[in-house]
Design a protein. Structure first.
Length: 187
């Protein structure tokens, strides 16, 4: 199995040439090679048909506005993230909270922090509203977005973001067919 970059080098192709052969943009190839986007099954199959090669996805990098970050060791004004949660737990103990309550609160705080940091665009208020919607409604929005590259209705690939927009909840992510960026306003 090759990575997409190894395949491109093996066949002596530029990013633009590879992109044209599989029907995506050169920017999309760059995002896949750098691990910023995941290859979807559609493109893996296209590459298999075009080149007869199996592709190994590059692990997606954790980024915040283009900068690599280390999980749970980010520095804050009062020390590392782990220290932040320890200090919270210590304060709860001083206030007389039981261990179950402390664990539950810290767990929720860690989830909220991780969610807010993911890709820098997810909005916690929008996420809470999204979570309150029926599953069928969410499914309809996630499987009915317009993609300019595909020229039609498509589904979102895993890893979409949710934020509050001017006209309601906005879902942003990549097209499950071509990997291009798509957006859907959910009113």
């Amino acid at each position: 199995m090759l990575t997409i970059k190894q395949l491109r080098i093996k066949y002596k192709l530029t990013q633009k040439e590879l992109a044209e052969r599989i029907g995506v943009s050169a920017t999309t190839i760059s995002m896949y090679e750098n691990g910023r986007w995941h290859l979807n099954q559609y493109l893996i199959d296209r590459i298999k048909v075009e080149f007869g090669e199996d592709i190994r996805p590059v692990k997606k990098k954790a980024t915040a506005r283009g900068k690599r970050k280390k999980k749970n060791t980010e520095n804050t004004a009062s020390g590392t993230v782990d220290e932040k949660y320890k200090k919270m737990a210590d304060q709860f103990r001083k206030d007389g909270a039981d261990e179950y309550t402390i664990d539950k609160f810290i767990s929720e705080e860690m989830k909220r922090d991780a969610f807010e940091k993911e890709r820098g665009t997810t909005d916690l208020v929008a996420y809470k509203e999204w979570q309150s919607w029926p599953e069928k409604r969410k499914w309809l929005y996630l499987n009915n977005a317009f993609c300019g590259n595909c020229r039609g209705a498509v589904s979102f690939a895993d890893g979409y973001n949710i934020r509050k927009g001017e006209w309601g909840i906005v879902v942003e992510g990549t097209c499950a067919k071509c990997g291009g960026m798509i957006r859907r306003v959910c009113d």
